[in-house]
Design a binder for this molecule. Structure first.
Ligand SMILES: [Fe+2]
Length: 599
């Protein structure tokens, strides 16, 4: 049984292949076309899925699409009359879905009539719920999906049991925690699609001084958990206006907040205006009220389901700060958030919904790691190095044994070098989890600035994340519940904060990745070796990129290494080193950066 899941005509376009209940591969289109959050039809991702196992499109039995134009038809018709432009956009989207056979056939260069796969349209949030539960380690769980908007709903909750999902309720347009967060991010001057996580980072600097006002923006609402104070918004009058840039690949969301929000909170921050205390406090208030609504939803869900495990999906499930507090604010004792909790994950969710809920097949798969993307052979890596020979050879390329590689890399990191680490299969989801990562010494407080000056060039208030050897989690963090996909933030133990200052955020938390020996033995061994050298079982791990989607191919890794002031590149078993560069005035040297108190 071969099922192809496709998230198409929507941001975070992606494809996933499930064969006999086992996930074979899953990847976002952005990794191929190099457009962040790419929408449109995931031609390259689909081609990769088929090529990975040498299948043709004609051999696929089912195609699952996470969108159902007929879902919530009554609500859609109600708003269709009020929002003609939005309705026209929806109509165009529906027309695109009618052409899915043709687009699939064109992507794979076959005659549309040759496709024998059955097409399934799965409602957006149902696919989110499926993406959270059907690949979780739990046989039973409460399941929650919360995001901006999909098929005219923003939130849906269910009980998952075995191979079934039972949906209990939903919150329909225009009420949406995702749109709330996006609207306030816009107000704070962060307009780019996907910028919400920046505001989550900013929130840690502020005090929630506007909570009372924000409780009118997101109100508690009995059985639904929340309702928006619609006077603060305009999307319910005009529809969330989505336009597309870069040949229709990048989504741009129009203004969601109304003039009333500015009346209440003051003028919006312009993009070039410095971020001040007021903005920090507004971000903190926004985050605090999001958490209140999120925990209300989860507590109600617990009352309905009486489960102690929760599976979460939707864009809001990327709010690692809120996720990390679930244990203290709800009765849930275990939480699972798969690595592509946002819309890319719909491809996996739709495919598994077809396999279990529609076809009635039993569960046999757990997503316990994120390494489902493309991989490259040692020969392909060697070829990429050969292609860049004129530039790379002067730097010296060494091929090391596994053991030598881990020892040499750990030493580079401990010596204060910035190391690009490219191994195995690319990560599924937006986080680099030790296969397409830039790694540095977490003990050096200056590393945050050095990374920003040399490579990342991102807002200085954004935190960097720690990867920790799974077994040591409780020694450094106040919780040890696994966080393999960097979707939970915990407090770093107060006595450890000075030991790992670089990935400890201003509020003392870290958005950690717990690294398991079973699921990524090479990355685990690297952390262990670093621990041998320094006494610290933690690395600072940031994505291998420079303001672009995470690198996918060895060539992209080499280009990023050469383009930036990265010191060392580790590609499979090959190591490339740059000579130590003189630092420009005003920049701390990586190798000379002051060490925290090693412990
Ligand atoms: Fe979604």
């Amino acid at each position: 049984m071969k099922i192809l899941g496709i998230n198409a005509y929507h941001a975070n376009a992606s494809a996933a292949l499930v064969i006999d209940g086992q996930l074979v591969t899953a990847v976002e289109e952005e990794r191929f076309n190099r457009v962040k959050y790419a929408a449109g039809f995931p031609v390259n991702a689909i081609r990769h899925c088929l090529a990975e196992v040498g299948l043709t499109l004609q051999e696929i039995d089912h195609v699952a699409i996470p969108r159902n134009p007929w879902a919530r038809l009554a609500t859609k018709l109600f708003y269709a009359v009020r929002m003609p432009r939005f309705t026209l956009d929806r109509f165009r989207a529906m027309k695109q879905f009618k052409g899915i056979h043709e687009d699939l056939a064109a992507a794979c260069d076959v005659d549309p009539k040759a496709i024998r796969a059955q097409l399934h349209r799965i409602e957006h949030h149902v696919a989110h719920l499926a993406s959270a539960f059907f690949v979780s380690p739990f046989d039973r769980a409460a399941v929650l999906s919360t995001d901006g908007l999909g098929d005219f709903a923003s939130t849906m909750w269910a009980t998952g049991e075995g191979n079934r999902l039972k949906v209990h309720g939903a919150v329909a347009f225009p009420h949406s925690l995702g749109l709330y967060y996006t609207a306030l991010s816009q107000y704070l001057g962060f307009w780019k699609f996907g910028d919400e996580y920046k505001v989550m980072g900013l929130a840690a600097y502020g005090e929630p001084t506007h909570v009372e006002e924000f409780r009118r923006i997101v109100k508690a609402d009995g059985g639904k958990g929340f309702a928006l104070g619609l006077q603060y918004f305009c999307h319910h009058r005009t529809g969330p206006e989505m336009t597309w840039q870069e040949n229709g690949k990048t989504p741009v969301l129009g203004q969601l907040f109304s003039p009333y929000l500015e009346e209440r909170l003051g003028k919006t921050r312009t993009a070039d205006e410095p971020v001040g205390k007021k903005h920090q406090d507004i971000a903190a208030s926004m985050q605090a009220v999001l958490e209140e609504a999120y925990f209300r939803l989860l507590n109600q869900l617990h009352q309905t389901t009486r489960q102690s495990q929760a599976c979460l999906a939707g864009g809001v499930a990327f709010n690692c700060v809120a996720n990390g507090k679930i244990f203290d604010n709800t009765p849930f004792s275990q939480v699972y958030v798969q690595p592509a909790a946002g819309d890319a994950g719909l491809a996996v969710g739709a495919a598994y919904y077809v396999y279990h809920q529609i076809l009635g097949q039993p569960r046999s798969f757990v997503m316990d790691h994120a390494y489902w993307g493309p991989q490259f052979t040692p020969e392909a890596i060697a070829q990429a190095l050969e292609n860049g020979r004129t530039k790379v050879s002067s730097l010296g390329v060494r091929k090391l044994s596994d053991e030598e590689l881990v020892c040499a890399t750990a030493k580079h990191i401990a010596d204060g070098k910035i190391v690009g680490w490219f191994q195995g299969r690319a990560e599924w989801g937006p986080r680099a989890l030790g296969n397409r990562s830039i790694l540095v010494d977490p003990r050096r407080a200056e590393m945050k600035d050095i990374l920003n000056q040399r490579i990342k060039r991102r807002e200085t208030f954004r935190p960097f994340a720690p990867s920790i050897r799974e077994e040591a989690t409780g020694q450094f963090f106040e919780r040890s519940h696994p966080s393999p996909f960097m979707n939970l933030a915990y407090s770093v133990r107060p006595e450890k904060r000075a030991i790992i200052p670089a990935p400890t955020h201003v509020d003392g938390t870290g958005r950690l990745q717990t690294v398991s020996r079973q699921t990524n033995p090479r990355y685990w061994a690297l952390i262990k070796e670093f621990e041998k050298l320094t006494g610290v079982p933690v690395l600072l791990n940031t994505s291998f990129n420079e303001n672009e989607p995470i690198v996918l191919t060895p060539q992209e890794a080499i280009n990023c290494f050469l383009r930036t002031r990265m010191d060392v590149l580790v590609l499979g078993n090959y190591v490339v080193e740059k000579p130590l560069l003189a630092s420009p005035p005003g920049e701390a040297t990586a190798a000379g950066a002051r060490l925290g108190n090693a412990g």
